[in-house]
Design a protein around this ligand. Structure first.
Ligand code: GDD
Ligand code: MG
Length: 353
């Protein structure tokens, strides 16, 4: 009864210009491991559920990338979206479809673009969560010990109350707080980062949609008769036009009252920003991380994250704590601490060019 849904329709805009709308981060081998992030994600789930129970939800413009990178997946396992509406419709489509196939399904929903260093620890956490979600009909999320007041994450405050020894009842869930609020969360010490990996039974998530996003519930429940038929694609594509643009975090996790968190540690990084890549890669004695290093010359510069084409000669002098990234004939130079704003930059650029 175990299923997995890989969410792979985001554009990873903070990694711009390396990650582009036409080729986002999940389809890139960002750390140079020989496999792309979505390939690593898929392989992790092969160890958790049967391969025919793994689904990918992605935008139709990425269908070919998914097929090429995950050649074992059948067309029926690749669910396509005609427009980007964030993760709530993506979760609904995947979960309602699986529910129509198997009402007793228990599903893990995960991003396609994370790094997980301790795979055994990850599998253990997911398997325990699948059992708890099945038995208690609750919504489970994985929580990571936070290390800085990052405004790109959801923050989970939890109670002492536990079920199955280690799943804590969630008191509050705050998606992407302001820096000021994130700082108070970190200081108070009883918050975890939301890893963005969710585990629930099909029934539990359907009733959460019914309660908190009733319009979306109606759209995807109405489609029950077409899932797994020839009409699925056409019908679902029309349905998407009626969906609001909202993430599962704002739409459901912030509101639901039956959420439990499993504090987890498995070498997790969402590789969400250059700063997170910077932390993981090798640095020289003054803290510069340069990929690739052949033709980059640095004088009196420190703590920079440099990623440029390998044939590019780059000279930096007197630069500290900067990101310097070039790809696709586009160059970005930005202080490391400002990188959350790259999303806005990308939006501006798109409007202008
Ligand atoms: N199919 C589909 N359609 N997938 C999408 C869409 C969409 O419209 N939008 C995003 N995704 C995919 C992304 O590709 C990624 O794999 C995953 O869904 C999560 O989306 P992000 O856009 O990366 O979310 P986030 O990083 O800002 O925030 C989430 O993850 C954080 C941890 O990394 C939230 O769950 C936070 O609470 C959490 O802390
Ligand atoms: Mg993310």
């Amino acid at each position: 009864n175990y299923y997995a849904i890989i969410m792979a329709g985001g554009i990873g805009s903070r990694f711009w210009p390396i990650s582009r709308t036409s080729h986002p981060k999940q389809f890139i081998d960002i750390l140079g491991t020989g496999k792309t992030l979505i390939q690593n994600t898929y392989e992790r789930f092969l160890k958790i559920c049967p391969k025919e129970n793994i689904y990918v939800v992605t935008n139709e413009i990425y269908t070919d990338l998914v097929k090429t990178q995950l050649p074992d997946m059948t067309d029926a396992q690749i669910l396509t979206e005609p427009v980007m509406r964030n993760t709530a419709p993506c979760v609904a489509y995947g979960c309602y479809k699986i529910e129509s196939l198997n009402p007793d399904a228990v599903i893990v929903v995960a991003p396609s673009d994370h790094l997980i260093l301790n795979e055994a620890g990850f599998i253990e956490s997911i398997e325990a969560s699948l059992k708890t979600a099945e038995e208690h009909k609750c919504l489970v999320t994985l929580g990571i010990m936070p290390s800085r007041p990052d405004t790109g994450y959801g923050y989970i405050q939890y109670n002492e109350e536990v079920i199955d020894d280690k799943f804590h009842k969630v008191k509050t869930f705050t998606e992407k707080p302001t820096l000021e609020i994130a700082k108070t969360f970190i200081q108070s010490g009883d918050f975890l980062w939301n890893a963005g990996i969710f585990i629930w039974s099909a029934k539990a998530i359907v009733s959460a949609f019914d309660k908190y996003l009733p319009d979306m519930h109606e759209i995807f429940a109405e489609a029950r008769s077409v899932y797994n038929s020839d009409n699925e694609k056409l019908h679902v594509h029309n349905a998407y036009q009626r969906c609001t643009n909202i993430s599962i975090d704002y739409g459901i996790m912030e509101k639901a009252d039956n959420v439990y968190v499993l504090p987890s540690e498995f070498g997790w990084s969402d590789l969400g920003t250059w700063a997170s890549v910077y932390q993981l890669v090798e640095k020289d004695y003054v803290g510069n991380a340069v990929i690739p290093a052949e033709k980059v010359i640095m004088y009196d510069s420190s703590n920079c994250m440099v990623n440029v084409p390998d044939d590019k000669l780059v000279i930096l002098k007197g630069l500290h704590d900067y990101i310097v990234v070039e790809s696709n004939n586009t160059l970005l130079i930005c202080p490391k601490e400002d990188e959350q704003n790259v999303k806005q930059v990308v939006a501006d650029v798109k409007q202008k060019f």
